[in-house]
Design a protein around this ligand. Sequence first.
Ligand code: GDP
Length: 140
Amino acid sequence: MAIERTFSIIKPDATARNLTGAVNAIIEKAGLRIVAQKRILMTRAQAETFYAVHKARPFFGELVDFMTSGPVVVQVLEGEGAILKYRDVMGATDPSKAADGTIRKVHAKSIGENSVHGSDAAETAAIEIAQFFAGNEIVG
Ligand code: GDP
């Protein structure tokens, strides 16, 4: 399988509970390498752009409010089949449906406040990484 990069966000519910290290431990244990990472406060414009695909959904406003409510940690993860692997490691969007041992099963609070984001495909991963990182900030 090819080495890929995926984009990850540790969301405000997780940073508020001081879970950055706990989430990173699960990521690294799964064999994914954190090749870029920074803690930021997302602006409303950044969150609206990032989640533009969900603009028509009833939870869009709530999602933007949540993602700008506190610090997030944006990351680039690298590894074999990293995109699908990280989706597996995160678990289902709704933590009550997530498999045992996944980040969302272990740490998420609700379907909205679900601790992490991970890209769903190669094209979106490239776009999402470029929204938050310059090439020279990613060191594999
Ligand atoms: P993901 O790819 O597993 O993150 O899920 P989606 O792309 O479907 O949704 C993006 C994000 O929107 C989720 O991770 C949640 O934070 C949020 N979200 C999805 N569904 C709901 C919902 O029903 N209510 C609320 N408040 N937020 C939601």
